[in-house]
Design a protein around this ligand. Structure first.
Ligand code: NAP
Ligand code: ZN
Ligand code: ZN
Length: 349
């Protein structure tokens, strides 16, 4: 018998999130039943709840930064024990056979990853529901081990914001002797600053919010640039090896590409709701590269969690009760968050 679980859902692009009961499946042989303690609020949740990418399905139960405890396990599960801390990120299944899946990059599964919410379960074709809920049932292959040394609430945002910044920073060369700029100091951006610094790079924050200067320096940045100040960007032209663009709102890419030195790379992870034109000259000058990056696979996500505990890193969070989730969304839309809201699911009954 599937069990009924309390959750919060939005029933349309213009409705607030409100209490809603969902069903979770009985655990199959490889499933873990996880009681959710904390769930981070990613800007993706806001884009999807408000249908800003035009593929939302309602009712939608968001949440893909999940930390909880295993409370039951399927008959074939051997490597997890009841009571262990478990994490669930942005996807809960994939085909497991294609080349990306075999390479541990399930986010690029040729049959499509099954996203934690607003996705379609393989087999049943049911819509998936995310972590703004008390409990989730997930195949053990898609569950992360949350190291004991991490505070569980501050670890939750690592499951998306952490891996989404860690992966491109490592892949595109954040390292000693390299200059890295992080564009946008929000949930992703603040983790980007921490990881770029931990990887040994010289770090600059590019922000449209002058009030975030002290925070940026405290989080590990060496320098802070207010992008709105006239002439501020021109001073840094041709200077960076890597720009990590985490901005959620529409913005031109050209002015930030111009900050790259010869063979520099700009990695986009932010997903603004509309496309932006790009002049070829921004790329051909200095032979620049513009790349994108999408979360990370299970193996790399575990590597990121282990890296985080080794370096004593987790998110700076504002813990909220689920009843305050709509107010948190309004603040997130305004860029007013320091630096991730995390829902305490003990407040949902
Ligand atoms: P967030 O916490 O809201 O941060 C976004 C930041 O963008 C803001 O804090 C703000 O930083 C900056 N910004 C610049 N112009 C803005 C404007 N006009 N209005 C509001 N903010 C503005 O969002 P997030 O959770 O970090 O997510 C960022 C983006 O990444 C979203 O589009 C999200 O969907 C996407 N995402 C992508 C992936 C992936 O795998 N590629 C994964 C997760 C999320 P300043 O104040 O410093 O300018
Ligand atoms: Zn996310
Ligand atoms: Zn696959």
């Amino acid at each position: 018998m599937p069990s009924s679980v309390p959750a919060y859902a939005a029933s349309s692009a213009t409705s607030p999130l409100a209490p809603f009961a969902i069903e979770r499946r009985d655990p199959g042989p490889h499933d873990l039943v996880i009681d959710i303690d904390y769930c981070g609020i990613c800007h993706t949740d806001l884009h999807l709840v408000r249908d800003e990418w035009s593929h939302s399905r309602y009712p939608i139960v968001p949440g893909h930064e999940i930390v909880g405890r295993v409370v039951a396990a399927g008959s074939e599960v051997t490597s997890w024990k009841v009571g262990e801390r478990a994490g669930v990120g942005c996807f809960v299944d994939s085909c497991r056979r294609c080349e990306p899946c075999r390479d541990g990059e399930e986010q690029f599964c040729l049959e499509g990853m099954v996203t934690t919410y607003n996705g379609t379960e393989r087999g049943t074709k049911k819509t998936t529901y995310g972590g703004y809920s008390k409990r989730i049932v997930v195949d053990e292959h898609y569950v992360l081990r949350v190291p004991k040394g991490l505070d569980p609430a501050a670890a939750a945002p690592l499951l998306c914001a952490g891996i989404t910044t860690y992966s491109p920073l490592k892949r595109f060369g954040a390292a000693p002797g390299r200059r890295v700029a992080v564009l946008g100091l929000g949930g992703l951006g603040h983790m980007g600053v921490k990881y770029a610094r931990a990887l040994g790079a010289e770090v600059t924050v590019l922000s449209h919010s002058a009030r975030k200067r002290e925070d940026a320096l405290r989080l590990g940045a060496h320098e802070f640039v207010v992008t709105e100040d006239p002439g501020s960007l021109a001073k840094h032209a041709g200077r960076f090896d890597l720009v990590l663009d985490t901005v959620s709102a529409p913005h031109a890419y050209g002015p930030y590409l111009d900050l790259l030195r010869r063979d520099g790379t700009m990695a986009i992870v932010g997903v603004p709701p509309r496309p932006e034109p790009l002049a070829a000259s921004s790329l051909i000058t200095n032979r620049r590269r513009l790349v994108g990056s999408l979360i990370g696979g299970i193996r790399e996500t575990q590597e990121m969690l282990d890296f985080s505990v080794r370096h004593g890193l987790a998110a700076d969070i504002e813990r909220i009760a689920i009843a305050d989730v709509n107010a948190a969304y309004d603040r997130l839309a305004r860029g007013d968050v320091r630096y991730r809201f995390v829902i305490d699911l003990a407040t949902l009954s």
